[in-house]
Design a protein around this ligand. Structure first.
Ligand code: TXD
Length: 311
């Protein structure tokens, strides 16, 4: 079986880690694309990783480019092209610049990778994945946004830190848009099969929910010049792997809803079954009235950002 081809659009902080993870996990060959001014960086990062492949004992061809023809026929496309936040900025502050970048990326992916499974990472996430879908016209099962995997990763790690347990044993999901209105569902979280609510005080749990909502901003404040990149890359790769290995994972992803959760025509975070068919199914959870209200509040934030894309 020929190796899979993975196109990484955007060779910045997340793009570089994505390339490393593709090689380390032997998911296939990776092409790291960036604008002509950054072609050297894309070439340098991929060559650097290639030179480490013998040491990792893996086979993966990696290359950097600023020529879209080189992504031709990719099986998976992961888009991180665009500006990240600086301290004091909201994700929505990136919209004007990133929508222009996303439009050119979408046109070229449509041209060169018409059959790819596409994972969008660029912020403001829910509006960017919406735009990408609109411009490419790809079917909804092949265009998905990464946010929930990262947001749940954050929630799970905070729970593990608080309880002193393995993060691997924490299961949880987060719904809604990627931003402060996201809807963590602590009611449904478990640790090794035990309901989380039985293991932790309401007060501590509330603090974890609040920290999760602001976790991206916490990192932006600490780094001082850019946003989180290790865990976002790990999250996007988890989704790519679910597709490439037909794992049938249930992961929270930004999916196009057409009636599910009473939402129509918007991308927002929901649990999705990811396998070789892309988004094979959207899982609808029975929500409490309070949770429903939070989700609708999050939808309003998403709608506002989408309206600004003018698409
Ligand atoms: O959960 C999530 N979805 C996210 C999203 C979590 C963290 C960060 N998230 C967003 O990902 C962040 O707000 C940014 O919008 C993207 C990428 O973050 P990263 O930290 O990788 O940003 P960098 O290091 O600035 O890299 C962006 C690269 C950079 O090298 C630019 O030259 C390139 O994008 N770029 C382009 N590539 C291709 N095509 C075009 N037009 C282009 N314009 C800029």
């Amino acid at each position: 079986m020929a190796r899979k081809k993975i196109a990484l659009i955007g060779g910045g902080q997340i793009g570089g880690i994505l390339a490393l993870l593709v090689a380390q996990k032997e998911l296939g060959d990776a092409v790291l694309f960036d604008i002509p001014e950054k072609e050297g960086v894309a070439k340098g990062k991929t060559l650097d990783i290639m030179e480490g492949t013998p040491l990792m004992g893996v086979d993966s061809n990696l290359s950097g480019t600023s020529n879209y023809e080189d992504i031709k026929g990719a099986d998976v496309v992961i888009v991180t092209a665009g500006l990240p936040r600086k301290p004091g900025m909201s994700r929505e502050d990136l919209l004007d610049v990133n929508i222009k970048i996303m439009s050119s990326v979408a046109e070229n992916v449509k041209k060169y990778c018409p059959d790819a499974f596409c994972i969008i990472v660029t912020n403001p996430l829910d509006a960017m994945v919406y735009s990408f879908k609109k411009i490419t016209g790809f079917p909804k099962n092949r265009v998905v946004g990464m946010a929930g995997v990262l947001d749940t990763g954050r929630f799970k790690s905070f729970v593990a830190m608080e309880l002193g347990v393995s993060a691997e044993d924490v299961a949880a999901t987060v719904l809604g848009g990627h931003g402060p209105t996201m809807v963590p569902l602590p009611r449904l979280a478990t640790v090794g099969g035990v309901p989380l609510t039985e293991l932790i005080s309401d007060e501590k749990l509330e603090a974890i929910v609040t920290r999760t909502r602001k976790a991206g901003t916490e990192i932006v404040g600490l780094l001082g010049n850019g946003s989180a990149f290790f865990s976002p890359a790990i999250s996007a790769i988890e989704m790519a792997e679910a597709y490439l290995k037909d794992k049938k994972r249930i992961l929270p992803c930004a999916c196009l809803l057409e009636g599910e959760y009473g939402i129509d025509g918007y991308y927002i975070g929901v649990p999705a079954l990811l396998g070789s068919g892309g988004v094979e199914k959207i899982i609808e959870i029975k929500l409490t009235d309070e949770e429903k209200e939070m989700l609708m509040n999050s939808l309003e934030a998403v709608k506002k950002a989408v309206a600004e894309t003018k698409l």
